[in-house]
Design a protein around this ligand. Structure first.
Ligand code: SAH
Length: 398
């Protein structure tokens, strides 16, 4: 087993749940071995601190599997871990939902690994080559504990080349099962969705917004709705299900708009609902500006952009973009209407985001009366500070 020495400061962080050691933090580096080897960190008094997966080549060269008490990493270890993750999600079954996140990476004790379920299909998204030696055991565990017909592998961009060259593993390969259509159908809160598990962003669908979408359904009755950064139309379908008056979607991606329309048609066959639904393709900032110039307004405005900040350096420009969006969004909300704004930028903290949205609304000349703030749903648990990326705020614009 590879032994790692790290500073006292980092030991303390790891003891309290932080799951990574970066290459530059290893005192006895560079590490030897290959991706997926087990490594152990002892503290300065030579007591066991953590066992984890090593990749000497990766920036994150150690990913914690277990801290404080030593444990044997074998099939039954993975099985127990997996069982725990599955049992946390058990309540979702009561909500006519068979599309959800089964493994949320580090937060479920599977660092650098995501498993999403889409009906009877699964998508295993791999962010680190440490998992390559464990694919067989993962396949066994998944087949034992879930009733999936197949699981498709997706790879983070930074590992696609090495996976293909060194391990002959490519995007779309099957972990198990028979190859079939990449478009899959699933239920979320009783609504039907289709996602493309190979072409779609991340694993195909953003399950993390499920609870916010449900909140939109509850607010939507009779409302004219603007869904900005709509992607595959999740919020729109819920707003229509909540009997909103109309939905206008904006996204820059025509593929996303096409699948958004498909999701609306899957749930509503009556021509009246479909005719209340429209789309605009374009840059959200420009399209919002145009709508403001045209003096358009909506009862309900939804802003769910992509992550504007992926690291601390990008945070100032992300905050500016959130401010601008909130300002434009608020300018488009009818008097006493509702603005919902979300951020999935991990470096932007909830309080910072809520403050910037408030400032944006005020910059538009209104007040923001927040009545709901949201975070992570139960299939996206958080086990360490940096694992919390999603925040959303609902408020009246008065
Ligand atoms: N709200 C969605 C998820 C949004 S993902 C849901 O509930 O599923 C972000 C979306 O923003 C993507 O569909 C992407 O195509 C779109 N996007 C990114 N930059 C954009 C821009 N500048 N203007 C318009 N859309 C943009």
């Amino acid at each position: 087993m590879i032994r790692l020495q790290i500073s006292k400061g980092l030991q303390k962080k790891i003891r309290s749940g932080y799951p990574w050691v970066f290459k530059y933090q290893v005192i006895n580096g560079p590490l030897k071995g290959s991706a997926g080897d087990l490594g152990v960190v002892y503290d300065s008094d030579n007591r066991f601190l953590a066992i984890g997966l090593v990749d000497p080549e990766d920036e994150i060269c150690f990913r914690v599997l277990q801290r404080k008490t030593p444990i044997t990493i074998n099939e039954s270890f993975w099985e127990e871990r997996f069982k725990e993750a599955v049992s946390i999600r058990e309540p979702l079954k009561n909500f006519q939902t068979d599309g959800y996140r089964v493994l949320n990476g580090e937060n479920d004790g599977f660092p650098g690994l995501i498993l999403d379920q889409y009906g009877d299909a699964g998508v295993l998204k791999i962010y680190s080559t440490v998992w390559i030696p464990y694919l067989k055991v993962l396949s066994n565990v998944i087949q034992k504990q879930l009733t999936l017909k197949r699981v498709v592998i997706r790879l983070a961009r930074k590992i696609t080349s090495v996976c293909s060259k060194q391990f002959s593993i490519r995007e779309g390969d099957l972990l198990f099962g028979e190859s079939s259509e990449t478009s899959v159908r699933f239920l979320e809160n009783g609504l039907t969705f289709e996602a493309d598990i190979l072409e779609g962003q991340k694993t195909g669908f953003y399950f993390d917004q499920r609870e916010n979408r449900e909140a939109i359904r509850e607010l939507a009755l009779g409302k004219t709705t603007l869904n900005v950064f709509c992607y595959t139309g999740g919020f729109s379908v819920y707003a229509l299900a909540g009997k909103c008056k109309s939905v206008l979607e904006i996204d820059s991606n025509s593929w996303a708009l096409k699948s958004g329309r498909r999701n609306v048609e899957l749930n509503f066959s009556d021509s009246k609902t479909v005719s209340n639904f429209s789309q605009k393709k374009g840059d959200a900032f420009q399209e919002l500006e145009k709508l403001i110039k045209q003096k358009q307004s909506f009862d309900l405005v939804i802003l769910d952009p992509p992550a504007f900040a992926r690291n601390k350096k990008e945070k100032p420009s992300a905050l500016k973009a959130y401010l601008k969006l909130a300002e434009m969004g608020a300018s488009l909300v009818k008097k006493d209407g509702v603005l919902f704004a979300a951020s999935c930028s991990a470096p932007v903290l909830s309080e910072e985001f809520f403050e910037v949205v408030d400032r944006g609304v005020r910059a538009a000349g209104f007040k923001f009366l927040s009545f709901k703030q949201s975070g992570h749903a139960l299939d996206h648990p958080i086990s360490f500070k940096e694992g919390a990326y999603l925040k959303g705020i609902f408020g009246k614009v008065i």
